[in-house]
Ligand binder design. Structure first.
Ligand SMILES: [Zn+2]
Length: 279
């Protein structure tokens, strides 16, 4: 087998490994328990989400007093809730020429919600984290920074407050900008950058081209393959399980994952060889 073919075989094996691991996570009891728990939470409207974020940017999991009690947790002493408006529906009777008609009327009530950090009590179901530890792959991060420069992708490191947000990609006019969470360790930053570079190269910033699920499968697929290729631990299966990905859905994105992974691996290897030559 020649070098290029060997390369591709390794990439293929890694994508299959990710697909198998994602299926395993989804079948685990812990994961099912977590999904059940998540289903109990409200989906707040964009208006409320906006207000919650404005009043408490670090908010992770919000619920009302009653909901927390159901989950066997209580509000800590001295904590103040965030005010939100929630719709209520009332059936009213209205007299018309044809007789009495029943109608649904909407009105808004003021409620208070509390973040999980403001509560205490029974532990909640969790899932495995998606971030890794350590700074020993800083060299990958620095090569990936060069990759962004060479590909005219603007890169910024910023303090991001939300725990679960590692980075994001956006397009302003014609410029693609990647933001990476400043507080994360170097290994997590390197993996986030692989993920965001995929969003940038595959133009996921264009609305409607691909579904969110496909985009996340492709981006984390590349993060997984490139990390594992350089022997760094990667927990993408935990992330992709949350996007309801499975073996088949991951393999359906094989082509894009392999293409972008190859591009990044080649770039990184070339830079590494040059570094060795300089020494
Ligand atoms: Zn993403």
């Amino acid at each position: 087998m020649n070098k290029a073919k060997e390369h591709l075989k390794e990439i293929e094996n890694l994508i299959k490994e990710l697909a198998t691991e994602t299926d395993k996570v989804k079948l685990s009891e812990k994961f099912k328990e977590y999904l059940n728990f998540m289903a109990k939470f409200h989906n707040y409207s964009w208006y409320n989400t906006f207000w919650i974020m404005a009043q408490n940017p670090q908010a992770e999991r919000m619920a009302g007093f009653k909901k927390w009690n159901e989950l066997k947790r209580t509000i800590k002493k001295g904590e103040h809730g965030i005010k939100i408006l929630y719709p209520m529906f009332k059936e009213v009777e209205r007299k018309t020429i044809e007789g009495i008609k029943k109608e649904q009327q909407v009105y808004f009530n003021v409620g208070y919600v509390f973040d999980i950090k403001q509560t205490e009590g029974k532990e909640l179901p969790t899932i495995e984290s998606t971030s890794v530890e350590g700074d020993n792959y800083e060299y990958l991060l620095s090569i990936l920074k060069d990759f962004c420069k060479d590909n005219k992708i603007e890169l910024e490191f910023k303090e991001l407050l939300k725990n679960s947000l590692y980075g994001y990609t956006r397009k302003e006019k014609e410029q693609i900008i990647i933001t990476i969470k400043e507080q994360d360790n170097k290994n997590t930053q390197a993996q986030t950058l692989m993920h965001e570079i995929t969003h940038a190269l595959e133009e996921h910033t264009q609305i409607g081209k691909t579904t969110r699920q496909q985009e996340e499968i492709q981006a984390d697929g590349v993060g997984y393959v490139v990390s594992r290729y350089f022997k760094m631990e990667h927990k993408g299966f935990n992330y992709l399980a949350l996007y309801d990905a499975d073996y088949k859905k991951i393999m359906n994105n094989f082509k894009v994952i392999a293409k972008v992974s190859k591009k990044l691996i080649n770039y990184i290897e070339e830079k590494l060889i040059k570094k060795v030559e300089v020494v």
